[in-house]
Design a protein around this ligand. Structure first.
Ligand SMILES: Cc1cc2nc3c(=O)[nH]c(=O)nc-3n(C[C@H](O)[C@H](O)[C@H](O)COP(=O)(O)O)c2cc1C
Length: 405
């Protein structure tokens, strides 16, 4: 299997003077922990909020704050800081971005080290901008025009998060969480192999009610499906994720929660009728049976035994196949005759590929962080090693990249 190690690892963080500057310290730690190299260029106003010493220590590099003076004793005469930084950067991350710096970059103003560097950056590198400011500043039409202009010129400008702002109001304007900035950085350092592709992913367990307090479910936690959604997203695909009610939230992805298998089908049907998906990855564990009749009142603990009459739930893959012509990747969670059962399912359901795994093993599958599986296609079988679910997801997604519909 291909190595997925990225060789571009030089991150240049631009810091302008907003209240969220302190969050950059956590962001640098996250990059460093994941073996990225970091340099910081900051405005003088940003240094009013946090001393450059903090960023220098965490990044293990000099911090650049001056256009004309040497910033560090390792720099020789003739060293031009903004050109050095432009040569260094594989990616530029401007966080937090003030209204001021947005205006400057959008209008070609280069009057300090931060704005000069931002304008001197190489055309082809990704430039990610994370505005954070008071809601009135953010919504100011001039600020909005500047953002639009930046977007039209290849800058990726992300909407700020909502929540309590430093000025005390609940509104849009917060710097988005550093782990999201980190995920976005990784995404834009990767080749966007699935750009233009639309992919629908399902994850987690459905729940079939018995009465108002009880239900039938299974051990699926949604980790495999969530990893698949994240990998597709990181390769630039437009991803929608439909998850069982107790599935974990996956940041930065359109995620919809459903309860019953029938709700999952309805959501899928609704999404497909509004979007032309290229692939559907069904990694959710849909309950095979539901009770015939959901009791309106809680069943009392009276008799020694209780029999529930059950019926099969809808076969969602079959319903998709009957109504739409979209390649589907399915999963086979098996406890015996794994490959044979999976091959049978691939044929019977007309799947594009099936991912079979042994859920009887304690060390992989349900709830575990790792998995080992066999990816079966009509003409090809891929046996994976025991890997993290994210790495397994990368292997499954490679089938989409290489596959013809
Ligand atoms: C306490 C305080 C907090 C501020 N927070 C922000 C902010 O979050 N976003 C913003 O755009 N401006 C904020 N400002 C205003 C900027 O600091 C100001 O516009 C400054 O000129 C920006 O300079 P720079 O873009 O060169 O760093 C704040 C000012 C103060 C005094």
């Amino acid at each position: 299997m291909r190595s997925l190690v990225m060789d571009k690892r030089n991150i240049l963080i631009g810091v302008s003077g907003g209240i969220a500057v302190y969050k950059v310290a956590y962001l640098i730690r996250l990059y460093k922990k994941n073996n990225f190299n970091v340099k910081v260029v900051m405005s003088e106003n940003a240094a009013e909020f946090v001393s450059p010493v903090t960023f220098e220590t965490l990044s293990e590099n000099p911090v650049y704050m001056d256009t004309f003076k040497l910033n560090h004793n390792s720099e020789k005469n003739g060293f031009i800081p903004h050109i050095h930084l432009s040569d260094y950067a594989d990616i530029f991350v401007l966080a937090p971005a003030t209204a001021n710096i947005l205006g400057k970059i959008a209008n070609g103003i280069a009057d300090d080290i931060l704005s000069t560097t931002a304008i001197a950056l190489k055309r082809k590198i990704p430039k990610l901008i994370f505005p954070a400011m008071n809601i009135n500043m953010y919504e100011n039409p001039i600020n909005q025009k500047n953002i639009e202009k930046l977007k039209n010129n290849g800058y990726k400008v992300f909407e700020p998060g909502e929540g309590e702002l430093a000025c005390g109001v609940e509104a849009k304007g917060r710097l988005i969480p550093e782990k999201d900035i980190f995920e976005l950085t990784k995404k834009y350092l990767k080749k966007q192999k699935l750009k233009g592709k639309k992919i629908l992913v399902t994850s987690g367990a459905t729940i079939e009610p018995i009465d108002p307090v009880r239900y039938i479910t299974n051990h699926s936690t949604g980790k495999m499906g969530n990893s698949l959604a994240k990998v597709c997203w990181s390769y630039g695909a437009d991803v929608d994720l439909v998850s069982g009610r107790y599935g974990r939230k996956v940041s930065l992805i359109n995620q919809y929660y459903v309860d019953k298998g029938e709700d999952m089908w309805r959501k899928i049907d609704n999404l497909i009728s509004n979007k032309d998906y290229d692939y559907i990855i069904m990694a959710s564990a849909v309950s095979d049976y539901k009770v015939n009749e959901i009791k309106k009142q809680k069943i009392k603990k009276k008799s020694k035994q209780l029999a529930l009459k059950m019926e099969k739930t809808r076969d969602i893959i079959k319903s998709i196949k009957e109504k739409y012509d979209i390649p589907v990747i399915g999963f086979a969670a098996e406890t015996e005759n794994i490959k044979d059962n999976a091959k049978k399912k691939l044929k019977e359901k007309g799947l594009f590929a099936i991912v079979a795994n042994d859920v009887s093993r304690d060390d992989i599958g349900f709830g575990s962080d790792e998995n080992q599986c066999t990816i079966i296609m009509e003409d090809k079988i891929i046996e994976t090693d025991k890997l993290s679910k994210y790495e397994i997801a990368e292997q499954i997604v490679s089938v989409i990249e290489g596959g013809e519909k």
